[in-house]
Design a protein around this ligand. Structure first.
Ligand code: DO4
Ligand code: MG
Length: 284
């Protein structure tokens, strides 16, 4: 089932039915056994029509986040390791990506606070001091306070490859800036863990011309999702849970960089589609 956070309230979609839930977002998603709770809510909840749900979705949709921090894992796919080694080969940083890909400890980095997160159909930024920019389509987890994966959403880990490639110590600047994270369109809550065969798809359009298209499945990830969660939660508490992007496997060729007005479309089986429009802070 899917939870949409909207400016009018929370919409629960279960099969083809829609319900409005009168809850605080953070309290709702952080409760134990969210799937079972939502099943009950779908019996007792106030039904709305598909037309009304679509209208709210089109006009009032928000990213599916409350007060949570957003974290990200890196170099979890071979393709990501290869791309980082390529971009840093002239500056001497390549070796650290090889080592982290093979190490027991994963790469985890802080990505965003909620106010820097863009939702579906919202704008993400590229940095003005960066010459090489890409979106990174990633399965994102919502993990509750107890460390349980409660749901999934789509993440866009916007990244500067020129800054990251110059020096690995510049990673926070390559990754963390205004509107550098996309999340949405919903929180997908499942009874069982998401299937490894789940597909991730990304396309990038410029003036309706397709500039990039690619797809993969999460089975290609080198790490297990609970492994990433256990490292993240080892020495940190999250009062309302947190979001964790799990790394990218889709990287456009080295001659591609994003431009303002590009449209990034990321879909993940079962979850839906997240569209972000690219801009720069303060406009062009
Ligand atoms: O090591 C740099 C970042 C890696 C990353 O964001 C990814 O693999 O998705
Ligand atoms: Mg990433």
């Amino acid at each position: 089932m899917k939870l949409y956070k909207t400016g009018k309230g929370i919409v629960l979609q279960f099969k083809e039915e829609y319900y409005v839930l009168q809850h605080d977002w953070d309290t709702l998603i952080n409760r134990d056994n969210l799937y079972a709770y939502l099943l009950e809510e779908s019996v007792n909840g106030k039904k709305i029509t598909a037309e009304q749900a679509t209208a709210w979705h089109n006009e009032f949709l928000l990213p599916p986040i409350g007060s949570q921090e957003v974290w990200a894992a890196g170099v979890t796919y071979l393709r990501s390791r290869d791309a980082r080694m390529e971009e840093s080969k002239d500056t001497g940083g390549a070796d650290c990506y090889q080592r982290v890909y093979e190490a027991e400890r994963p790469e985890l980095f802080f990505k965003a606070l909620p106010h820097r997160v863009a939702g579906h159909q919202q704008t993400v930024y590229i940095r003005k001091d960066s010459t090489w920019n890409v979106p990174e389509p990633e399965l994102a987890l919502y993990i509750n306070t107890a460390g349980v994966i409660q749901g999934y959403t789509i993440g866009n880990d916007m990244s500067s490859r020129s800054i990251e490639g110059e020096n690995p110590l510049y990673l926070p600047q390559a990754k963390v800036y205004e509107k550098s994270a996309g999340l949405g369109p919903c929180l997908y809550v499942t009874e069982h863990p998401i299937s490894p065969e789940t597909g991730i798809y990304m396309s990038i359009h410029r003036n309706e011309e397709k500039m990039y298209e690619g797809s993969t499945t999460i089975s290609r990830m080198k790490r297990l999702l609970p492994e990433l969660v256990s490292y993240l939660y080892q020495e940190m508490d999250f009062a309302t849970g947190c979001f964790l992007m799990t790394g990218t496997c889709l990287v456009p060729s080295t001659d591609f960089t994003l431009q303002p007005n590009d449209r990034v479309t990321i879909s993940i089986d079962g979850i839906g589609t997240l569209v972000n429009i690219v801009d720069v802070k303060g406009g062009v």
